[in-house]
Ligand binder design. Sequence first.
Ligand code: HEM
Length: 463
Amino acid sequence: IRQLVKQRRPRGFPPGPTPLPMIGNILSLATEPHVYMKSLDLGGISTVILNGYDAIKECLYHQSEVFADRPSLPLFQKMTKMGGLLNCKYGRGWMEHHKLAVNCFRFFGSGQRMFGRISEECLFFLHAVEQHQGKPFNPKHLVTNAVSNITNLIIFGQRFTYDDSDFQHMIEIFSENVELAASGWAFLYNAFPWMEYVPFGKHQKLFRNANKVYDFLLQIIKRFSQDRVPQSPQHYIDAYLDEMEQSATDKATSFSQDNLIFSVGELIIAGTETTTNCLRWAMLYMALYPRIQEKVQMEIDCILNGRPPALEDKQRMPYVEAVLHEVLRFCNVVPLGIFRATSQDAVVRGYTIPRGTMVITNLYSVHFDEKYWSDPSIFCPERFLDCNGKFVRHEAFLPFSIGKRHCLGEQLARLEMFLFFTTLLQRFHLQFPEGFIPSLSPKLGMTLQPRSYSICKFELQYF
Ligand code: HEM
């Protein structure tokens, strides 16, 4: 009864809708998470939603450290014990894992060598697309496999073939968890952790999936570390094991086998789910707007003249860049960012936000902020071009978020998107099967993905 009548809104807290007893505003969040624009009570978890560019910049950029934590939600505690990298508390654990991952991304995942390896993967991808011989197919699995292989190269030093069903199954159930983590069941579990003992419900599915994923990851980590030469790392796993050995006598170290598994899982899913969904949206919008697709292809032909894209071409192809930026703005693959929390008491615009408050960064609202974008609900790549057709940046463009916890894979993701998109459209014209227009309303989860659609490709004449 006490919980029923408890006044949960702290003093000086931003305004929000009246919470229902027990469950607060959970139901409102579950129905339309990406367009909800008020502060909420998520079943006793007081939460602030930051809406619009100004609010997000004020907190994440100007008070970067204060807003750098992740909330200790029961679900995250159960999944990764607040360790790993992406969901890790802000402190020594995050610093150690962040530094190691950034170094590995620089060392194994950038420059000409990585460019060459992504280009190679593009060829595997094109070959697999070709196998469909112009018949309609759902590109989801192919794109997922191709994109995940780029992260796999950094983590394991190796790609997985497109018929590796064990790896595919792991990605599938992991990605199902990204969807389940935003379901009403997950929010209920966060509000009432005793639900762990309720034997049915989607939260149980989430736990089962996570266990299977971690078992699989442990197996492949063991496999890929078999030929390891200490202090001569070939990939993230090697580098992590070096760190573990070096800090073996340090009782406070965060490097551990558990955190290795968690961080590997987080890197795989953070790199795959997002970039895959962006590319799937990009393909969908190209088939939907053939004139835009033609302009993309004209630029590709004009700049590349039939040869494969090189690293320097990215700057020479402003229209391709504009289209990819508009896809990132318009499609909002990570609409609410990844939940943050305050690492200390904060004051924002006269409101008090106590330490440990959960903070939701509504990136969707930034990209539809009318103060910064004209006609934001229209898909228009030209908004990223000046009157001479040169690419122009926009301030209120934050698909990778900002501040201390901003996306660690941004550069890699941009490179992957550019290469997969250009090589695909250089070769094929995309269109929907006759008489079929897919739904544009996204499938909701922690990420927004297009509903399954089929596409046909037609080989362009000059090949
Ligand atoms: C975090 C977006 C690709 C690794 C994030 C965040 C967003 C985001 C919005 C949350 C940042 C915050 O807390 O404010 C995207 C988008 C991508 C993409 C839109 C593709 C189009 C990637 C790739 C990788 C990656 C390719 C790595 C392989 C991470 C990691 C974090 C993160 C590790 C957590 C950072 C931390 O907590 O310190 N990403 N991401 N992402 N992303 Fe990405």
